[in-house]
Design a protein around this ligand. Sequence first.
Ligand SMILES: NC(=O)c1ccc[n+]([C@@H]2O[C@H](COP(=O)([O-])OP(=O)(O)OC[C@H]3O[C@@H](n4cnc5c(N)ncnc54)[C@H](OP(=O)(O)O)[C@@H]3O)[C@@H](O)[C@H]2O)c1
Length: 256
Amino acid sequence: MELSNNTILITGGSSGFGLEFAARLIDLGNTVIITGRDQAKLEKTKKQLPSVHIFQSDVSDPKAIVELRDMITSRFPNLNILINNAGQMRKIILHDVTIAVSDITREVETNLMGPIRMVQAFLPHLKKMESAAILNVTSGLALVPFPIAPIYGATKSGLRSYTKSLRVQMKNTKIKVFELVAPAAETPLNGQFTSLEGYSVKLMKAEDVIDAAIKGLKNDTYEIYPGIARLLRMMSRVAPGFIFKQLSKAGAREME
Ligand SMILES: NC(=O)c1ccc[n+]([C@@H]2O[C@H](COP(=O)([O-])OP(=O)(O)OC[C@H]3O[C@@H](n4cnc5c(N)ncnc54)[C@H](OP(=O)(O)O)[C@@H]3O)[C@@H](O)[C@H]2O)c1
C-alpha cells in the first residue's frame, strides 16, 4: 500500500516499536497519532517528534477506546490506518499464590481484548476510507509458547488467530489487514527477560524490525516475519518440540 499521506493511529507509541513506527511514518510524510497511558512519556515523545499528535488512552479500558474513537474521528477525519501495537509482557510464575485472580489476566485485557475492541470501534470509520489498513502486532511467541510468560503467549496466539479471521471478513472491503509477527527485540519490554538464567534469544534492533514492517506494508505482505521470526516460523513447523524445549529453558528453575 502507499505509505505516504496517510493518517495513522498507533497505540503505545511512546517507546519501543511504537516510537520507531511513529518516527519512520512521519519521515514518510504521514500524519501520526500515538497513544499510551503515561502522559509524561507521551510528552517526552512529542519533544522528540514535534509533529506527532499525542493522546493519553488505555487500550485495556473499553470506555477509553470509545472516547478515543469519537475524538480522533472528529479531529482526524482522514484517519485510515490503525496500528494495534500497545502490549505488555510479564514474567509470571503460576505457582505464586500472591498473584490475584483479578490481576492474572491483565495482559489479556491489553494485548488481546484491546486490539479487538479498537478494531470494532474504528471499523465503521475505516470502511468509509478510499484506502485503509489495520496492522496488529503479534509475536514469534504466538507460534511457540514461552512458559515463563504464559499469559503473554496465549494473548499473542489469540491475536494472531483473530487477525487471520479479520482478514477473511474484510476481503470485500478496502481495508487491508496486516500482522507483524515481531521477533525478540531491544525494547524496554524485554528488560525483565534478558537476565533470566537459560535465556539465549538474540535480540534484534527495534529499527530493523520496523524497517521490515514498513517494507511489508509497502509490498502488501499481509504476514510480516522480520529476522528470526521467519526462522521461528519454519522451526515451529519442522521441529516444534525442539524449539519449545529451548524456550522452556528460560527461568526453568524458577518455574518448578
Ligand atoms: N520487544 C519485543 O521483543 C517484542 C517481540 C514481539 C512482539 N512485541 C510486541 O510489540 C508491541 C510493542 O512492544 P515494545 O517491545 O515496543 O514494548 P514497550 O517498549 O514496552 O512499549 C509498549 C508501549 O505500549 C504502551 N502501552 C502499554 N500498555 C498500554 C495500554 N494498556 N494502553 C495503551 N498503551 C499501552 C506503553 O506506554 P505506557 O506504558 O505509557 O502505556 C508503550 O508506549 C507489543 O504488542 C509487544 O507485545 C514485542
